[in-house]
Design a protein around this ligand. Structure first.
Ligand SMILES: N[C@@H](CCC(=O)N[C@@H](CS)C(=O)NCC(=O)O)C(=O)O
Length: 225
């Protein structure tokens, strides 16, 4: 049975992007279904399988899994050959901790810099709580790379669920031209050069839907104007 992933708009849906990227980079066959936010279809079809009424939702036969991180855990467990968590126990524990930190935190960064792949790259002023979030992300990436990446380009060497969890942050740092160090830039380049990352962005830019709450400085920085 083919896995099916229900996702929101590719331009904006950062939580959808995470499992989509993991599935795509790992080469796991799946069907995607983009369901636009605020549509009748969204209420009906997402509400029908997820108690939260939110995307992403992974459907595997009779099983419906909501919450991005739970989906990533399910994929790692169901398809161990995909290597979505590091093999080494210490690295795996660390990868889970950083993935959980993303899932539970960085509220200031997420609110102030909503993921928006159609926005022109223009710097946005950052209030102190957002700068603190940016610094924490940089520390965390530097630490993962220094301790666990070996000769691989990702946080734990090979691509893992930890990279999937932070991919929308890479997009935000790029889109809002956030000041970051050289190591951070190099890691961002690795993620942004993934063919799957580029496919998602290209599809997002083409989407017709616009949502004011995600267009923080509309219309000055939108690619479509
Ligand atoms: N904690 C959830 C967050 C899911 C979430 O907030 N999804 C947003 C899209 S990125 C959503 O479905 N929003 C639609 C709505 O709230 O109506 C996860 O990790 O999957």
């Amino acid at each position: 049975m083919t896995l099916k992933l229900l996702i929101g708009n590719k331009k904006y849906s950062s939580w959808s992007f995470r499992p989509w990227l993991a599935l795509s980079v790992a080469g796991i066959p799946f069907e995607e279904r983009v369901i636009p936010f605020e549509s009748e279809e969204f209420k009906r079809d997402v509400g029908g399988v997820s108690g939260t009424g939110k995307v992403p939702v992974l459907i595997d036969g009779d099983i419906a899994i909501w919450e991005s991180l739970a989906i990533l855990e399910y994929l790692a467990e169901k398809i161990p050959a995909a290597g979505l968590w590091p093999k080494d126990v210490a690295a795996r524990a660390h990868a889970r901790a950083v993935a959980n930190e993303m899932h539970a935190g960085f509220q200031a960064l997420r609110n102030h810099l909503p993921m928006n792949f159609a926005r022109r790259v223009i710097k946005r002023d950052l209030p102190p709580p957002v700068i603190a979030n940016v610094r924490r992300v940089e520390t965390l990436w530097t630490d993962c790379r220094a301790r666990f990446s070996g000769s691989g380009p990702f946080l734990f060497g090979a691509f893992s669920n930890a990279d999937a969890m932070y991919a929308p942050v890479v997009g935000r740092f790029h889109t809002y031209d956030v000041d970051v160090g050289e190591g951070t830039r190099a890691y961002m380049k690795t993620i942004m050069e993934l063919p799957a990352f580029q496919q998602w962005v290209a599809a997002g830019i083409k989407e017709p839907w616009l949502f004011a709450e995600d267009e923080v400085d509309w219309p000055k920085t939108h690619n479509l104007t």
